[in-house]
Write a protein that binds this ligand. Structure first.
Ligand code: ARG
Length: 635
């Protein structure tokens, strides 16, 4: 960006390239604070005599802008012989009186707080945001295999998320996986990774044999096509009820001493088993039927995912794992002593394989049942190795509820025991807590669509309460839908992933407090100011930014300048709340600006400058919302 380049030119020994070359993962042309840190490290090198490569990573974030933009703890530079307090004092005194970018540091015990000077920041960062637009916040060098040599290509990450089970409810765990996974995928693509989004469907096992039977008995072609998800679910519930009743009946007769062998041989359970056997033996008719269920379900899932701005590169699933590859890995595990026979089944006795408490904690999972069938874990083992072969990923993230912590630990450990520690180390389980009380107003939820529809209806009711504003919205239904989705997503993302939360329709749809609708309101309000101000892009580009000299305006810009850092930091925490918290901080700063930095009604030059500031805020807010997977509204 030209404006940032100009800023660097005002400073001794400073250029965007020099800073980028000196430090790993630092890229001032995408992150303005990198340039500031680069300069500060140069300055402090002169003052302390310490290598700037040691100083740079110690220039940390403060807890709030009132504490400065960066803070350095004197002991972090590991200078022996002097008390940290004295060192800090000495350094503060030696700091130049008239540095072009920084004020003199503020000293608190052995901490030095650095404050960025307002005017040069405003003049460089606002044009930078304007120039980068939707790219502001992206840092595409982070995902490069070798940041110094882009021709080496991008690192590749697989994010596996959502992964619902066909014919079963899309429960809160799937909802959270979808929201969090979509976000983690976006985050990596903003950081320049090559991202592959995989949906690993639950679509295999005896229960799908049972489902096929149910369809033979009670299925209806037209209903299946019109609403596959609900139709399959109802069939599945119905046949399960029947099967349970049948089992009870047989059990009763057995107790009474009757011969039930004929009944058992022809029971639904047994028929399902046989049907599923046909599927695993790759019987054409059976497979074709099952594939229809699967394809129709996927078509519907896709429509729902699109409402959430989510797409998948690949619909994988348990059914896609080949029996032959599981057999092969089973043999290998046996040869390597990883699994052994126990009462006809094959199991992994971790306590004999992994020393200490860890081995005990990993328990004794079965990988092959007595009747020869593979299990969920078995399929995951094959699938993981297959994915590694197909995609040669540098990293793979599984976004799955913490209820499956043990399952994924077992999986990764088995991969390691098979001799693939390198692969296991590339895998990470991103877990999350439960959602309590998720229900629609009509009853318990079954499918994602039900929740989204219900929340959208609720938003629509709220919108209608303000007749004036309602009349101005072009597509009220569409807007209500977006607001509803924002409500659900913001509520999900506002706490740490691992925390449980209670699904609270009233609270999440409120326009007050830190909610999705409030975020949308804040975004739409800036859009509305821009419409009222009626200024062109040229007006904003030519604005005299030195008019933005009030502390309020400068603080707003300091906050905006942090956005690329926030994204980078989130790449470490993988917590959507990191982004959401920042966005709410910004909306609060915005809402307190409106009185002090009025646009409409101000003198024209002031109006242009202030609008340029709000426009940058609009960009950052929009970028943040899109990163989370929200669709920012303009009205
Ligand atoms: N379908 C599974 C469930 O609903 C989640 C799949 C998680 N991913 C995996 N590779 N095991 O519980």
């Amino acid at each position: 960006p030209a404006s940032l380049d100009q800023l660097a030119k005002q400073v001794d020994r400073l250029s965007l390239d020099a800073v980028a070359e000196k430090y790993p993962n630092v890229n001032p042309s995408q992150n303005p604070l990198d340039l500031y840190r680069g300069h500060l490290a140069n300055l402090l090198e002169g003052i302390t005599g310490v290598d700037p490569k040691i100083i740079y990573p110690q220039l940390l974030w403060t807890s709030g802008l009132d504490k400065g933009d960066f803070v350095l703890a004197a002991p972090a530079l590991r200078i022996k012989g002097k008390k940290p307090d004295e060192l800090a004092k000495e350094w503060a005194e030696k700091f130049p009186e008239n540095d072009p970018l920084f004020e003199k540091p503020v000293l608190v015990n052995y901490f030095l707080s650095f404050f960025i000077k307002g005017a040069p920041l405003v003049k460089s960062v606002l044009p930078m945001i304007r120039e980068l637009g939707s790219d502001f916040g992206r840092n595409t060098s982070l995902g490069l295999k070798d940041p110094k040599d882009p021709s080496q290509g991008k690192k590749r990450i697989i994010v596996e998320f959502s992964s619902p089970n066909i014919a079963k409810p899309f429960h809160a765990g799937h909802l959270r996986s979808t929201i969090i996974g979509g976000f983690i995928a976006n985050l990596h693509s903003a950081a320049g990774w090559d991202v592959i989004r995989i949906n690993y469907l639950g679509d295999w096992g005896k229960q799908y044999g049972l489902l096929a039977l149910a369809f033979e008995k009670y299925g209806d072609e037209a209903t299946l096509k019109a609403d596959p998800i609900n139709h399959l679910f109802h069939l599945y519930v119905r046949i399960n009820t029947e099967m349970t009743a049948e089992k009870e009946e047989i059990e009763k007769k057995k107790q009474a001493g009757e011969d039930v062998s004929a009944l058992e041989a022809n029971s639904l359970d047994e028929q399902a088993r046989r049907y599923f056997k046909k599927m695993t033996d790759r019987d054409e008719a059976a497979l074709a039927q099952w594939k229809r269920f699967r394809d129709l379900s996927i078509t519907r899932y896709k429509q729902t995912y699109a409402r959430l701005n989510i797409h998948f590169d690949h619909y994988s699933g348990e059914s896609q794992v080949l029996e032959s590859s599981m057999d092969q890995i089973g043999k290998e595990m046996e040869e390597k002593g990883i699994c052994k026979e126990d009462k006809g089944a094959m199991l992994v006795n971790f306590s004999e394989l992994v020393p200490g408490k860890e081995g005990k904690r990993l328990e004794k999972p079965i990988v092959r049942k007595k009747d020869g069938t593979a299990l969920y874990l078995t399929r995951d083992i094959s699938e993981l190795l297959q994915r590694h072969e197909t995609y040669k990923f540098d990293k793979m993230i599984y976004v799955v509820a913490s209820a499956q912590d043990l399952h994924l630990k077992q999986l990764f450990k088995i991969i390691e025991l098979l001799g693939h520690k390198d692969i296991a180390d590339k895998c990470q389980h991103i877990n999350f807590g439960l959602v309590q009380g998720m229900s629609t107003r009509k009853g318990t939820v079954k499918f994602l669509d039900d929740i989204l529809r219900d929340v959208a209806d609720k938003m629509h009711e709220t919108m209608k309460k303000n007749e004036d504003k309602y009349a101005q919205v072009h597509d009220p239904e569409g807007t209500a839908d977006i607001l509803g989705i924002s409500s659900v997503m913001a509520q999900d993302m506002s706490g740490k992933r691992i925390n449980n939360y209670t699904f609270n329709m009233e609270q999440m749809t409120s326009f007050e407090g830190d909610t999705g609708p409030y975020l949308q309101y804040a975004h739409a309000r800036v859009s509305s100011i821009r419409r009222k101000a009626d200024l062109t892009d040229e007006d904003l580009a030519s604005a005299n930014l030195s008019l933005l000299d009030s502390p309020h305006a400068v603080n707003m810009v300091r906050l905006l300048a942090q956005w690329p850092d926030v994204v980078q930091n989130t790449l470490r925490t993988l917590e959507p709340a990191t982004v959401l918290t920042y966005l709410f901080k910004m909306t609060h700063a915005l809402s307190s600006s409106y009185d002090q930095l009025r646009v409409v009604g101000s003198e024209r030059e002031l109006m242009k400058a202030r609008m340029a500031l709000y426009d940058a805020a609009h960009t950052v807010l929009g970028n943040g919302m899109r990163l989370l997977g929200l669709s920012p509204v303009e009205r």
